[in-house]
Design a protein around this ligand. Structure first.
Ligand SMILES: Cc1cc2nc3c(=O)[nH]c(=O)nc-3n(C[C@H](O)[C@H](O)[C@H](O)COP(=O)(O)O)c2cc1C
Length: 396
């Protein structure tokens, strides 16, 4: 049995166990991948102040997201095609998150459907919505998410048009993936993955196939998906969706103060500062770089969360100290899922929780809710426009 002590260990194992086209799908950003890499680098550039001789005997990293208790301020971000990283991947990830006590978000582009995940899990999860041109399909999806008991809707607003990832084009990773000779040969080297995939009935886009008129197989799905993302999506649609959903609404994909204010005005209950993990606008700054100014602009109007580049508990703490109420992880849990299935997702969460707890303690804090920008050194980079943090305390 391999000893897993950090997220990087899971990534190494993940690469070994999952076909390379799916590894590449995860481990890539758009065009030059500048933003994909910057997300992580900018987090690591933030340094902590070590404090000593503080009583650290009792510590707490529990928090709340949308008023619900979570065992740490981390949720699993929506990730498309999760059921190709490991058979029934969405069910495994949702169960692992529920058992650990953090929220799970199911993507519109999941392999297991909303209904399947709801049947196979005990606790409510969040549903992430992509707004398609076919508004009847959108209406039905929202209704299905409601009937399945989803407790929040995550509306992704940064994918009206699709960023380009070179690796996916070269690997033939379209919707659905193409069975090229190269891909089939690679799959032959991943027998455990292949066997599990053969055993599950969930091998196609469960939220779509059979729910759209004329889309009953992979060929018709491909034609439908290629023209369904809606370039005309606007803030008016957000109001329409809010009205239809009538539950907690999370707006994901905000990178500027202006859009954050608009999101508040259009009824968001939480905002996710996100650049889609560097998969859309290449050349956008790291999410952590824009977080403080967004916090300064919106104050405490709504919950403010961040994703992008989080690979450790230290990164979660950096985000919280820079003004986030909570964070989401994407790739970090996908590595775990591909490496060890549901157990790997659990291990990813355990690693991050332990690192978060200890790093907070090294900074002289015993409760995540009391963490402020005072635990960080002022950033040295002239490119980072840091403002006072959310609790009004400038970097000391
Ligand atoms: C492989 C992959 C697939 C993704 N699919 C979706 C998706 O279906 N919907 C969505 O809103 N975001 C999607 N995202 C973006 C994530 O929700 C999240 O914003 C991003 O992964 C955060 O960055 P991180 O992976 O560095 O943690 C995807 C990200 C990755 C890596």
């Amino acid at each position: 049995m391999v000893t897993i002590t950090c997220i990087e260990d899971l990534k190494v194992l993940y690469r070994r166990r999952v076909p390379s086209m799916f590894y590449d799908y995860t481990e890539s950003g758009s065009w030059t991948e500048q933003t994909f890499h910057t997300n992580q680098q900018a987090l690591q550039d933030i340094l902590f102040k070590q404090r000593v001789l503080v009583d650290l005997s009792t510590r707490k990293v529990e928090a709340k997201m949308l008023g619900q208790p979570v065992t740490m301020p981390v949720a699993l971000a929506p990730v498309g095609l999760t059921g190709y990283q490991s058979a029934d991947g969405e069910i495994k990830a949702a169960r692992a998150a529920a058992n650990f006590g953090v929220p799970y978000t199911l993507s519109t582009m999941s392999i297991c459907s909303i209904e399947t995940v709801a049947e196979q899990t005990q606790k409510p999860f969040w549903f992430q919505l992509y707004v398609m041109r076919d508004r009847n399909f959108v209406k039905t999806l929202i209704r299905r998410a409601k009937s399945a008991g989803c407790s929040a809707l995550v509306l992704t607003v940064d994918l009206q048009i699709l960023g380009q990832r070179h690796k996916d084009i070269k690997n033939g990773l379209s919707t659905p993936p193409k069975p090229t000779l190269k891909n089939l040969m690679n799959i032959a080297t991943k027998p455990q993955w292949a066997l599990e995939m053969l055993r599950t009935p969930h091998r196609n886009f469960g939220n779509i196939i059979g729910h759209v008129a004329g889309v009953d197989d992979t060929t018709s799905l491909s034609a439908w998906a290629s023209q369904q993302f809606d370039p005309a999506l606007s803030w008016d649609d957000v109001s329409w969706i809010k009205e239809l959903w009538q539950g907690p609404l999370i707006i994901k994909g905000i990178m500027t103060q202006e859009d954050a204010l608009l999101a508040c005005r259009h009824g968001a209950d939480a905002i996710i500062v996100s650049n889609h993990g560097g998969r859309q606008l290449d050349g956008a700054p790291a999410t952590i770089s824009v977080l403080p100014e967004i916090r300064a602009t919106i104050g405490d109007q709504v919950e403010l969360w961040l994703d992008g580049g989080i690979r450790s508990g230290q990164d979660v703490l950096r985000a919280i100290a820079s003004g986030a109420d909570a964070t989401l992880i994407g790739r970090a849990y996908i590595y775990g899922l591909g490496a060890l299935g549901g157990l790997g997702v659990r291990r990813a969460l355990e690693v991050i929780q332990q690192e978060l707890d200890l790093t907070m303690a090294f900074c002289g804090k015993t409760d995540i809710r009391s963490v402020t920008g005072s635990i960080l050194y002022a950033p040295s980079s002239p490119n980072i426009n840091h403002q006072p943090t959310m609790r009004g305390q400038p970097y000391a």
